[in-house]
Design a protein around this ligand. Structure first.
Ligand SMILES: [Zn+2]
Length: 135
């Protein structure tokens, strides 16, 4: 699947190959795509990368960032929450509901920003790596 912003190109009405819903396909993408998939099918089918190769998925850029953010948040919560709970159980149990909500939102935001910065710095190191090899 290619993630591109086609908001400026003309789109053509096509049918989803999986549920036959009417969707739109950008003109530039029509030739390259073997199949079309609507957003609902994309969500419910949970297709693998190989399965949606050459498939045009009718999905907008803002939906993509929503999906990635919510999947990352779910994965992080599943992984990190048990650790936080084990470590801080007694302290957290003493808080009021509002204080607890605030504390947890803060902890979540902190972890999200921290991992974003870590990912960015790893990406920068990798970029430096490849430019070193070229010279
Ligand atoms: Zn569909």
């Amino acid at each position: 699947m290619e993630i591109k912003d086609f908001s400026n190109s003309r789109s053509i009405k096509v049918n989803c190959d999986f549920c036959s819903n009417k969707i739109e396909c950008p003109e530039d993408m029509l030739e390259k795509s073997k199949k079309h998939m609507c957003f609902e099918c994309f969500i419910t089918k949970k297709s693998s990368r190989e399965e949606i190769e050459n498939v045009h998925v009718d999905i907008s850029i803002d939906k993509i960032s929503d999906i990635i953010a919510s999947e990352m948040a779910d994965a992080m919560t599943e992984k990190i929450f048990p650790e936080i709970w084990t470590k801080r159980k007694n302290e957290l149990k003493g808080l009021s509901k509002k204080d607890l909500a605030e504390e947890m939102l803060g902890a979540g935001t902190y972890l999200g920003i921290k991992s974003f910065i870590e990912i960015e710095s790893i990406r920068k190191i990798k970029e430096d790596d490849t430019s070193d090899k070229k010279s």
